[in-house]
Design a protein around this ligand. Structure first.
Ligand SMILES: Cc1ncc(COP(=O)(O)O)c(C=O)c1O
Length: 395
């Protein structure tokens, strides 16, 4: 059989493999970026489903409008205003099946073969794959402690000019590094990029998972042109299994997104959306998030403590102030894939860093997820990793 050429560009199965390995028994997994399943509010969700089926069962089991359940979109518009002072109107929101679909639709909307997409790097592997499928040239722009470096962005805009069709960034508690953009970098970015007619995808998957109880203003807040497309999800603050997420864009872009959403799957699940709306109206999501964040902070603290104790001095890392990840750098001549092979023998798995580079791959880094494992598993797994790293670095 002959396959479409786009498939050839999607040979990195790291994410797929990490998701599979997580299912393996006895494996201590710091690999997948999943939220912790013991934070899912199962009882509240169960009750919300029962209520929805009793009160609006027929509608919940029907198709939904392509843009999504109106009540949910209204609640989202209000929530984004309350939490982030974002002014999106209900008509500027479409519900998507996970934010992964929003990323895929953005590729579908903006990218032709050989167009350029600029990525803050390292970056979310799922976005790299989703956009790579549209046969774009993916250009990796470096980041520092404050976010995407402006020099690299300016150089890329000079070099690629009108070939740049999309910029993808994660300004809050980024996947995979856990870093956030500073306010100064956010404003500088928007000021610079507003001179160009290029859309920016702001992926806000982790924006509410702040360990310091401090929510940063999104790029969309500073954007006065409607150039930024904002993508949010319930996956990390509620649960990923419902696949309810949302994309916000100015009206003319939204009209086009809706055509694509309709072509992709007609609508997202009506019952999942109505359940979500019921939950938002009858429970306290903000309080739930506060509780989740408390648990993740404890796990982060514990993992940092064990890392400080067990990892050799030559490893570099910074303490994430939110999100789900710690990014570790080995000396430049070392390869985290070798480390992974040895760790797997001892039933510990993590994500090697190379997979997070859309181009210009570096292999001396790796990502650890701290949300998913218990204290005991963190203690055991990081101690094993520390031993393997010490042995490897001494060779
Ligand atoms: C940065 C980022 N964006 C999007 C997603 C996809 O999330 P979902 O499709 O569950 O909304 C993930 C998942 O790990 C992520 O890390």
């Amino acid at each position: 059989m002959k396959f479409a050429s786009r498939l050839e560009r999607l040979q990195d199965k790291a994410l797929l493999n990490a998701m599979e390995l997580t299912e393996t028994e006895d494996m201590i997994s710091f690999a997948a970026g999943f939220p912790s399943s013991d934070t899912y509010p199962v009882e509240a969700i169960k009750n919300s489903f029962i209520q929805v089926l009793e009160l609006e069962g027929k509608e919940a089991l029907s198709y939904c409008s392509t843009s999504g359940h109106i009540k949910l979109r209204k609640l989202l518009a209000k929530r984004m205003q309350d939490r982030f002072k974002l002014d999106f109107k209900t008509e500027e929101i479409v519900i998507t099946s996970g934010s992964q679909q929003a990323l895929d639709m953005s590729g579908m909307l903006f990218i032709n073969k050989d167009d350029v997409v600029l990525f803050e790097t390292p970056s979310y592997l799922g976005a790299v794959n989703a956009l790579r499928a549209y046969e774009a040239e993916l250009v990796a722009l470096p980041t520092d402690e404050n976010g995407l470096t402006m020099d690299s962005l300016k150089q890329a805009m000079d070099r690629y000019g009108e070939r740049v069709k999309l910029i993808y960034v994660i300004p809050d508690f980024q996947n995979p590094t856990g870093r956030s953009w500073s306010v100064a970098r956010r404003t500088e970015f928007i000021e610079f990029i507003s001179a160009y007619d290029v859309p920016v995808i702001e992926d806000a998957a982790y924006s509410e998972l702040s360990f310091e109880n401090k929510l940063e203003s999104p790029l969309s807040f500073y954007d006065k042109k409607g150039q930024v497309v904002y993508v949010g999800t319930f996956s990390k603050i509620f649960c990923p299994g419902l696949r309810v997420a949302w994309l916000c864009a100015r009206k003319d872009l939204m009209e086009k997104y809706l055509i694509l959403k309709n072509a992709a799957d007609l609508s997202s699940s009506a019952i999942a959306q109505r359940q979500m709306a019921y939950y938002l109206q009858n429970y306290d999501l903000d309080n739930h998030i506060k509780w989740i964040v408390g648990r993740y902070k404890e796990r982060r603290d514990h993992m940092m403590e064990v890392i400080d104790r067990e990892f050799p001095q030559e490893t570099r890392y910074s303490v994430p102030r939110g999100g789900l990840f710690i990014w570790i750098e080995l000396p430049e001549n070392k390869d985290s894939r070798i480390l992974l092979r040895r760790a797997l023998v001892e039933k510990v798995v993590f994500m090697p860093g190379g997979s997070f580079y859309p181009s210009g791959v570096k292999n001396n880094e790796f990502r650890l997820n701290f949300s998913n494992m218990s204290h005991d598993e963190i203690e055991k797994g990081i101690t094993i990793l520390g031993k393997i790293i010490r042995e490897y670095l001494s060779e």
